[in-house]
Write a protein that binds this ligand. Structure first.
Ligand SMILES: [Zn+2]
Length: 114
């Protein structure tokens, strides 16, 4: 399915998932606020696994250690300070406790694109 843009601005057909980096169609996937992201425990578990090498180097040897560490708040603050919404693919939406229907991208593409 291809959707033509009515204006002259170039439109990227795909964007990268902010969690795993896989490409998703512009009209696919989900959009989450950074607050929804940092409030999801499963996201943190996944985040730990993805950055395990860095955390272990900091002396944070497990996900439980991360939860007890001030580092989590620090990372959460960095993530929440990023004002751009998260684009999340079909697989990664499982990590978040959100209402999938409300997070569906269709709700957002109706508005003006920045
Ligand atoms: Zn993903």
């Amino acid at each position: 399915m291809s959707i033509e843009s009515s204006d002259d601005k170039p439109v990227r057909d795909q964007v990268a998932c902010d969690v795993c980096g896989s490409m998703i169609g512009r009209l696919q996937g989900y959009q989450l606020t950074t607050l929804q992201v940092v409030r999801s425990p499963r996201f943190w578990r996944d985040y730990y696994e993805r950055h395990k090498g860095e955390f272990v180097a900091m002396g944070i040897a497990s996900y439980d250690d991360l939860r007890r560490s001030p580092k989590q708040a620090e990372v959460a603050q960095t993530i929440a300070g990023d004002e751009t919404p998260w684009r999340v693919c079909e697989q990664c939406i499982e990590l978040f406790d959100v209402d999938r229907e409300r997070a569906e991208i269709q709700f957002f593409v109706k508005g003006p694109q920045c």
